[in-house]
Design a protein around this ligand. Structure first.
Ligand SMILES: NC(=O)c1ccc[n+]([C@@H]2O[C@H](COP(=O)([O-])OP(=O)(O)OC[C@H]3O[C@@H](n4cnc5c(N)ncnc54)[C@H](OP(=O)(O)O)[C@@H]3O)[C@@H](O)[C@H]2O)c1
Length: 427
């Protein structure tokens, strides 16, 4: 049995770091009663030493030299809550090198450097835990690594970005245009002043890469993930989806197709009967399908200081217990798994096209789908004085065939503008 007091070096005292300290303080005696371990934040690193640090014990050593904490022999375990790739990578690497378990909430770091850091942790025989890096307070990683360890998981579909889910919910429920919904999200603190990583899909793509590593043992990094965001979704698309009994969600999709793995992020129309379609506001949810388990959904707060701190604390307790038992748990090998390429993927699609309102246009446009072997499920036409909007829902088609349709349509003189193209999923 190792030591019963665990000294924590905390790197970062922002939203999550400060909530973590508060939560640990309030739960300290409960944790001690349940585990026999006393967890104490002894060292904290920040960027700017001149800021007020409410909630920090006077005995806590505060520094702006994060690296020193990672190599301090008095620190047993390091919690990285600084964010970003650098210097987070260097300090996490240094902590692991000096044999300290690391807990991080940093999706960017793990989606870019996960394979290296996981193998370093295994080599040094220490934990590297990251529950909070995907879907904040939703305990997805532990469920995948522990409860579903023996499950033949087939598909994981997640709403893992609260900002975009909030925007899409506002657009649907209050008929708000995209820009207004984005501003509202910024006003409420759900979106950053530069929202690109959220609305452009990159944040969800980082999480998809991490899910692929954990659930399928696949060596996937952010650069392997194809992603689209929600910037092109218009009120008319949302209104159409509603009429068709669907809702539009930004999905992280990690799914097995034979020997290949699909790891992608895209907006999709989901029928109202799908459990994910009911996930509103800034909530996150992850839907897992497995051969034995059938289906399972986890739902909760994907961001926010306290929900994220809750996930971090769970990891800290796990790592502290392991440390006291002189054990750890590694991620296993990450293997090269071939990723499904865009062109081969099949889906039904929603395609909207702005055309000149002239006789024969509908037949001309519809024939382009047929020429590319795509059959049409439904079609709708809305007149707009001299222009009209045609909306098609196709049957399942390969992405490469759809690209053929779009290229051909863009060359037609009657086509004023190609509108939004969105995948349509089944319930
Ligand atoms: N916020 C959420 O809801 C949420 C949800 C899930 C995951 N996460 C992840 O949690 C992590 C932390 O997020 P956050 O929202 O708490 O960020 P934050 O509020 O921006 O806090 C970052 C903290 O790191 C410190 N820091 C930055 N660079 C540093 C450096 N070079 N050396 C030492 N300290 C440094 C900052 O110091 P100063 O205080 O001096 O500026 C600040 O205390 C990120 O990886 C994020 O992706 C956050």
């Amino acid at each position: 049995m190792g030591k019963s007091q665990i000294s924590i070096g905390l790197l970062g005292f922002g939203n999550v770091g400060s909530a973590f300290v508060n939560l640990l303080e309030s739960q300290k005696s409960v944790i001690f009663a349940k585990t026999g371990l006393e967890l104490v934040v002894t060292h904290v690193a920040v960027n700017d030493l001149s800021k007020d640090r409410l909630g920090l014990d006077a005995q806590t050593l505060l520094t702006d030299k994060a690296h020193e904490i990672t190599v301090d022999p008095e620190v047993d375990l390091v919690v990285e809550l600084m964010g970003g790739l650098l210097p987070a990578k260097d300090v996490v690497e240094a902590a692991l090198q000096s044999g300290k378990p690391v807990i991080t909430a940093n999706k960017e770091l793990l989606s870019k450097e996960g394979k290296y850091l996981f193998s370093l942790a295994a080599e040094r025989e220490v934990d590297l835990l990251f529950e909070a890096a995907v879907a904040g307070g939703v305990p997805l990683i532990r469920v995948l690594r522990e409860s579903l360890l023996g499950e033949p998981v087939e598909k994981i579909m997640g709403i893992v970005n609260g900002t975009t889910n909030y925007i899409l919910s506002q657009m649907e429920e209050k008929a708000m245009p995209y820009n207004e919904a984005l501003q509202e999200a910024q006003r409420l603190g759900y979106a950053e002043s530069d929202p690109t990583a959220d609305v452009g899909g990159q944040d969800a793509a980082s999480k998809a890469a991490i899910i692929a590593m954990v659930a399928f043992g696949a060596n996937v990094s952010l650069s392997d993930v194809r992603f689209e965001g929600i910037e092109n979704i218009k009120s008319v698309d949302i209104a159409f989806a509603k009429r068709a009994g669907c809702t539009i969600k930004l999905l992280a999709m990690v799914s097995k197709h034979g020997d290949e793995l699909e790891v992608q992020v895209y907006p999709a129309m989901l029928p109202k009967g799908h459990p994910l379609s009911a996930v509103r506001d800034s909530f996150n949810a992850v839907f897992v399908e497995g051969e034995a388990l059938d289906s399972l959904m986890l739902f909760g707060r994907g961001a926010g200081g306290m929900p994220t701190a809750s996930a971090v604390l769970g990891d800290v307790i796990d790592a502290a217990i392991n440390l006291s038992k002189e054990t750890y748990r590694d991620m296993g090998d990450l293997n090269e798994i071939s990723l499904l390429q865009g062109g081969e993927q099949k889906s039904a699609y929603y395609v909207s096209v702005q055309v000149a309102d002239e006789p024969g246009v509908l037949a001309t446009v519809a024939s382009v789908f047929g020429e590319n072997d795509i059959s049409i499920q439904t079609m709708e036409q809305e007149g707009m004085e001299k222009e009209a909007r045609l909306v098609f829902i196709t049957h399942e088609a390969e992405e490469s065939s759809l690209e053929g349709v779009l290229t051909q349509l863009s060359k037609l003189s009657c086509v004023e503008k190609l509108g939004t193209v969105i995948r349509v999923l089944e319930a």
